[in-house]
Design a protein around this ligand. Structure first.
Ligand code: PEP
Length: 254
C-alpha cells in the first residue's frame, strides 16, 4: 500500500492567493512522486479554485461535512456538493471540532454514513486527551469512539474508511504537548485493527488504512512510517509550508 499523506490546512491560509500558491507549489513538487498518495484538505471556500492537473497522486479533501444531502440547513455543505467539486476525502471526528464545536459521536456517525452513501471517503479521527491517557482510559475511549462513530457501517463499507489515531496530547498546538513515541503509535494502531476485527471479522479490515496524526514533520515521519508501520499520516501545521510538506512526502514514500 502506498503511504497516504493527508494535509489538514485547518483554518489557513487567510487569502485565496496564498492558498493557490501553497497548492501549486505542492502540486509541482509532487510531479515525480509516484509512491505516495497525497490528499490536500483546504478550507471549503478554496476548493473550487484549486485545480488538479491529471495523472497525479494528488486528490482533494475537506475538513468537515453536513449529514444531509440538501435542504433547509443554513450554512451547511453536503456530501453531494463536495462530490460535484471533485472532492474525494472528508475529515470527520477531528478533536478540534469535538472540543470547540461540541461535535458528538452521534453527529460523527451521521456524517460518516452520509459520506459512505455519497461514495466519499471519510478520514475518521479518534484519540484520547492527556487527562484520559493519565487516567488509563485510552483503550476505553478509542473503543467507544469507534463503536459509536461506526454504528450501522457495514463490513463492505468499512473498506472505504480511513481511520486515524490522533492523540490530542501530541497535536502541535496542544498546550504542554508531547511527542507520541512510535512504539505507542504502533500499539494503538494494532489496537484499532483489533477493535475493527472484532466488529467486522479479520478479513474485512485488513484493507482499512490506519494513519497517525500529531505533530508529524520531516524529522519524525520515518519513525511513524518505518518503525510504527502506519499506513500514512495526517499532517496539520507542517502541511502549511510546501518545502516541509514535500520533504515529508518524499521521506514517507521510502
Ligand atoms: C491535526 O490536528 O490534524 C494535526 C495533525 O495537527 P499537527 O500536525 O499540527 O499536530
Amino acid at each position: 500500500m502506498k503511504p497516504l499523506i493527508i494535509a489538514n490546512w485547518k483554518c489557513n491560509p487567510t487569502t485565496l492567493k496564498a492558498a493557490k500558491g501553497l497548492f501549486n507549489s505542492i502540486q509541482k513538487g509532487l510531479r515525480d512522486v509516484k509512491k505516495a498518495k497525497v490528499v490536500i484538505c483546504p478550507p471549503f471556500i478554496y476548493l473550487s479554485n484549486l485545480k488538479i492537473s491529471k495523472s497525479q497522486n494528488l486528490v482533494l479533501g475537506v475538513q468537515n461535512v453536513f449529514w444531509e444531502q440538501k435542504g433547509a440547513f443554513t450554512g451547511e455543505i453536503s456530501p453531494q456538493m463536495l462530490k460535484d467539486l471533485g472532492c474525494q476525502y472528508v475529515i470527520v471526528g477531528h478533536s478540534e471540532r469535538r472540543k470547540h464545536l461540541n461535535e458528538t459521536d452521534e453527529m460523527i456517525n451521521k456524517k460518516i454514513k452520509a459520506l459512505v452513501k455519497a461514495k466519499l471517503q471519510p478520514i475518521f479521527c479518534v484519540g484520547e486527551s492527556e487527562e484520559e491517557r493519565k487516567k488509563g482510559q485510552t483503550i476505553q475511549i478509542l473503543k467507544s469512539q469507534i463503536e459509536k462513530g461506526l454504528k450501522e457501517i457495514s463490513r463492505k463499507e468499512i473498506k472505504n474508511i480511513v481511520l486515524t489515531y490522533e492523540p490530542i496530547w501530541a497535536i502541535s498546538t496542544s498546550t504542554n504537548r508531547k511527542d507520541c513515541p512510535p512504539e505507542e503509535a504502533q500499539m494503538m494502531s494494532l489496537l484499532l485493527r483489533k477493535i475493527l476485527a472484532k466488529k467486522y471479522g479479520r478479513g474485512g479490515v485488513n484493507r482499512t488504512p490506519i494513519l497517525y496524526g500529531g505533530n508529524v514533520n520531516s524529522k519524525n515521519i520515518r519513525l511513524y512510517i518505518d518503525e510504527a508501520q502506519m499506513d500514512g499520516v495526517l499532517v496539520g501545521g507542517a502541511s502549511l509550508g510546501s518545502k516541509e510538506f514535500l520533504k515529508i512526502v518524499k521521506i514517507a514514500r521510502g
